[in-house]
Design a protein around this ligand. Structure first.
Ligand SMILES: Nc1nc2c(ncn2[C@@H]2O[C@@H]3COP(=O)(O)O[C@H]4[C@@H](O)[C@H](n5cnc6c(=O)[nH]c(N)nc65)O[C@@H]4COP(=O)(O)O[C@H]3[C@H]2O)c(=O)[nH]1
Length: 955
């Protein structure tokens, strides 16, 4: 360009002065400054376009030849300065030029431009004015100033620290933040300081670069040398982390911006952690999860999703379309469908479009069931969840099965069941409940209130004498008390047991049980517990209760009460011989007799076995004795049993309250003692308690105790009483009588201890001892018999005949010399067995006599059953012969009976000659008694024989 101009200038020069002026004009017009050249006359010789435009002046006025004054005047009209100042302005400047001095000024024009104006004298005369628009520069300067201020302000207020180095690695600038950030001294780190010095100071303040100081120096030097932008993370003196980013400047310097990134790092760490957790959560979810964008392209999915659909990570890359995923998973065999992948995709699209997030169920090839749910996202796209509901479905299935079973169980329960909510409305009830009450299944349904049910059941007449309202009010009242059981007695007599249990979440479970039968059974059991099952009489328990009540009454209200204890005679024999059925019949018969003979307020009880008892009010002891008498009479004549030979009767003991006590035990004891006495008196009798009985019982006990050791202590011995034939006064034999010499009490009468020995069975060994001793003793006698008493108890013990045989053999006594005396009592108990034994004894050759004849029950009948060798008439008849015509009659009858039967009759207890004569006169064939001799020891037998023979000879 310059060369073109130069060339052009050369060409113009060659063309002449005009051409040069034109060329100068062209150059001037391209100048930035305004130029106007005046000649010595102050007229324009040259002016450029820029001059005109700067002053906004017209080329018509300001043209070659125009005077400076005209130019000034024109400028004034343009408003560039006041016209009033024109003359002074003109003269001042012209004078300055004329003086050859340049003149400079700045002028603000009407356009607002600030013009730098220089009027400069030219060497060849004339002068020129050069003007420059300085308003732009001023503006630029101002802008620069503002910019600088802003920069400094920005630098000072930057949140980041900043330090700038020049190409010589010296600090150009650093801001306050930088200094504060690292706790640096502004006197050390300031413009002009070297980079090394700045680092030195930086390190000295405890800031650490994460490497050694030397390494840091070297690294920074290398950074500067290589001029590579670098980011560095350093730790501040207080542990906070700062990131330093260095950038190199075109002028060779560099700037480093320092930012405290402690929070950011923490935040990033938190974010990283969160993302880690989210990733882990997503990966570890039991559900499959997949996010899709609005184009249905996969953004992210978890492993569960891939597993469910048999898809590999490659097949589930972000961006894969849902349609493709469906297709691939079907192709992989994850599931089969009657629909094509396309149809499935359309169905999914429709759901998403409709924002329908209801689940879809899909059975997979491996038999799992997946619930798929699409949920559209507000920001576009959707999330799909895939839940394996196999177990849930199975559980639901099981639950349904359970429910079916529950339902079946509910309706097959023997109990009625009703579940009520807290407002007493039926939640569920079973068939049995409806049936039990006979309710209508159309009425009693879930939702119905208990109030309505009660109204309904009252209408049906199920509940006697009440209304639904009353029933309900009572019901609610009871429920207020909490869990409870109540019994409803229905009109038809049934009893329903209602059991109320609270449910955990409110409401009640009520069970209904028909307990009618149970109640009856319980009543039966209760009755049985207090009654005897055979006779239905009160048992001992109830009897004791009644007795307690009676005694209380006596104690409070006075009066008297009798306790009668009954014991059947020979009951054991009936049982043993005729069987239990016969025994039971007898007991029932006795019970009936007792019941029909007592007053309606009296109590009859069976205490057990053959023991009965009666509680009787009324005047005592008269009433009791009367009753006892009557019952002894009645029960003594039972209906024919299978065998007539068993004598049945009853013995009665009576105790009276308050005479004999007011304590039940005490009174029972008294009655028992009286009963014992009655039995001892020969049975078939009654006995009123007497206080002495207690003493007797006591001594009896003591005696019994001593008796047990008597045999071993050799306290027994025998005495022998002679028996004489009347006709010839001949001594025929001796009766052996037992004697017990008690070491302290002396002689105890056999009448006293034999019954005790019979009771406790000691009579068996004692009786054996008697027999063996008697036989042994008699063996040494001349040809006379020895009579030995046998107790009925010995007949019941086994081996009596064998024992007799053995005793005879042992003693060497001929059987004919042994006479066995049995009482009627032996025959009473079990006559057939006894008679059988008697026959066995008879078969041995032993004689058998019937002792104590006449005092028994039906003596004569025994005479028919066994052919006794002798009848011994009880001494009670002989003793009363003088005063009792009855005794005379009896002795006479027995004697004549004996004569008819060809049996000897021995009168016992003959003490006097009169008695002897009398019994002889009555026809008795033999006698025994003190008249002929008292019982004497064995040692005296020989003398007695001698004496009696002598007497006979005399007679
Ligand atoms: N008052 C009076 N009594 C006379 C007279 N003559 C005899 N006695 C008594 O009458 C009883 C006759 O015996 P029992 O009728 O068999 O009556 C016997 C008999 O049943 C029984 N007993 C005695 N010894 C034995 C025995 O070894 N075995 C058995 N099982 N019973 C015996 O004890 C009963 C009483 O025996 P004992 O006290 O020895 O009494 C004897 C005897 O001493 C008399 O003229 N006047």
């Amino acid at each position: 360009m310059t060369s073109t101009r130069d060339n052009e200038l050369g060409a113009r020069r060659e063309q002449g002065p005009e051409a040069l002026v034109a060329l100068s004009q062209l150059a001037l017009d391209h100048m930035e400054q305004g130029v106007c050249v005046y000649d010595a006359d102050n007229r324009i010789v040259l002016v450029n376009q820029r001059y005109l435009s700067l002053f906004d002046m017209s080329a018509d006025v300001v043209r070659v030849g125009a005077s400076y004054r005209e130019v000034l005047a024109h400028s004034a009209t343009r408003g560039n300065f006041p016209e009033s100042e024109l003359d002074s302005l003109y003269s001042t400047r012209i004078a300055q030029i004329a003086a050859g001095k340049p003149f400079r000024t700045e002028q603000r024009l009407a356009t607002g431009l600030v013009m730098a104006l220089e009027l400069k004298p030219l060497p060849g005369g004339g002068w020129m004015t050069i003007c420059d628009d300085v308003s732009r520069l001023a503006r630029l300067e101002a802008e620069l100033r503002v910019q600088t201020e802003r920069s400094q302000h920005a630098l000072a207020n930057m949140s980041h620290g900043l330090i700038m180095y020049d190409a010589d690695s010296r600090v150009v600038v650093c801001n306050e933040r930088f200094l504060k950030l690292y706790n640096l001294d502004p006197e050390v780190v300031k413009p002009g300081v070297t980079h090394s010095a700045a680092i030195e100071h930086w390190l000295s303040r405890g800031n650490t670069p994460g490497m050694s100081a030397d390494e840091f120096h070297d690294t920074r030097l290398e950074d500067v040398r290589s001029r590579k932008a670098k980011t560095l993370l350093v730790m501040r003196y207080d542990g906070r982390m700062v990131q330093a980013v260095s950038r190199f400047l075109p002028d060779g310097g560099w700037v480093t911006v320092h930012e405290d990134v402690t929070e950011r790092l923490k935040y990033e760490e938190t974010l990283r952690q969160q993302n880690f957790i989210l990733d882990a959560a997503m990966e570890n979810m039991a559900h499959g999860l997949a996010f899709y964008d609005s184009d249905m392209r996969l953004r992210v999915c978890n492993t569960t999703y891939r597993k469910i659909y048999w898809l590999s990570p490659e097949e589930t890359r972000p961006g894969t379309h849902l349609g493709e995923l469906i297709e691939r998973s079907m192709a992989n065999g994850a599931f089969v469908s009657e629909y094509s992948p396309r149809q499935l995709l359309e169905a999914a699209s429709a759901k998403i479009a409709n924002r329908d997030s209801s689940p879809m169920r899909r059975r997979m090839t491996n038999d799992t069931v997946i619930s798929v749910r699409y949920c559209a996202l507000a920001e576009g796209g959707f999330v799909a969840t895939y839940e394996d509901i196999t177990e849930r479905e199975r559980a639901i299935e099981e639950l349904s099965e359970q429910y079916r079973r529950f339902d079946a169980a509910l309706n097959n329960m023997s109990q009625g069941l009703c579940m009520l909510d807290s407002s007493l409305r039926v939640i569920v009830c079973n068939r049995r409940y409806i049936e039990m009450y006979g309710l209508s299944p159309d009425v009693v349904k879930p939702g119905i209130s208990m109030r309505e049910i009660m109204d309904h059941s009252c209408e049906l007449g199920i509940h006697p004498d009440t209304t639904g309202a009353k029933l309900y009010a009572d019901y609610v009242e009871r429920l207020r008390e909490g869990e409870h059981t109540l019994h409803r007695h229905l009109s038809d007599g049934r009893i329903i047991k209602l059991n109320h249990k609270r449910m955990e979440l409110g409401g009640w479970v009520v069970t209904y049980e028909d307990v009618t039968e149970r109640h009856k059974a319980q009543a039966r059991v209760a009755h049985m517990a207090r009654h005897d099952s055979l006779t239905d009489l009160p048992n001992r328990t109830l009897f004791r209760e009644k007795m307690g009540e009676g005694l209380n009454q006596v104690a409070i209200a006075g009066g008297a009460m009798a306790v009668l204890c009954f014991d059947l005679d020979n009951f054991k024999t009936v049982n043993d011989r005729l069987g239990h059925a016969a025994g039971d019949r007898l007991l029932r018969w006795v019970a009936a007799r007792l019941k029909e003979n007592v007053g309606e307020h009296d109590t009859v009880a069976r205490l057990g076995g053959d023991e009965f008892a009666v509680l009787q009010r009324g005047p005592q002891p008269q009433s009791a004795e009367k009753l006892a008498r009557r019952l002894v009479e009645i029960i003594g004549h039972p209906p024919p049993l299978e065998s007539q030979s068993i004598h049945v009767g009853v013995s009665v003991g009576i105790a009276i309250a308050p005479d004999h006590g007011l304590d039940a035990d005490e009174l029972m004891k008294c009655a028992d003692l009286a009963l014992y006495q009655a039995k001892a008196r020969g049975r078939g009798a009654y006995q009123l308690f007497e206080p002495e009985m207690e003493e007797e019982a006591r001594s009896r006990h003591a005696l019994e105790h001593n008796l047990r050791g008597a045999l071993e202590a050799r306290e027994f011995h025998l005495v022998f009483q002679p028996q004489v034939r009347l006709e010839s006064s001949e001594l025929t034999g001796f009766e052996a009588l037992l004697r017990w010499k008690h070491p302290s009490r002396g002689f105890v009468s056999p009448a006293e201890f034999i019954p005790i020995a019979e009771e406790n069975g000691l009579i068996v060994p004692i009786g054996e001892w008697v027999l063996r001793t008697a036989c042994a003793t008699a063996a040494s006698w001349p040809d006379v018999t020895v009579a030995v008493n046998l107790s009925p108890v010995q007949f019941r013990a086994r081996g009596l005949a064998a024992m007799v045989t053995s005793a005879l053999a042992e003693a060497g006594l001929p059987p004919q010399r042994l006479e066995l005396e049995v009482t009627e009592t032996a025959l009473l108990d079990d006559s057939e067995a006894t008679i059988e034994i008697l026959h066995q004894l008879r078969a041995l050759g032993v004689r058998v006599s019937l002792d104590d004849f006449g005092v028994g029950y039906s003596s004569l009948s025994y005479l028919r059953k066994f052919p006794f060798d002798r009848i011994k008439i009880d001494r009670s008849f002989v003793g009363t012969l003088g005063e009792s015509p009855e005794s005379v009659a009896i002795v006479r009858t027995i004697a004549s009976l004996g004569s008819v039967l060809g049996v000897e009759t021995t009168a016992e207890g003959v003490e006097t000659e009169e008695q002897l004569d009398f019994v002889r006169e009555c026809g008795c064939t033999a006698v025994q008694g003190y008249y002929f001799g008292r019982p004497c020891p064995a040692a005296e037998v020989a003398r007695t024989i001698e004496t009696l023979n002598a007497v006979r000879r005399v007679a």
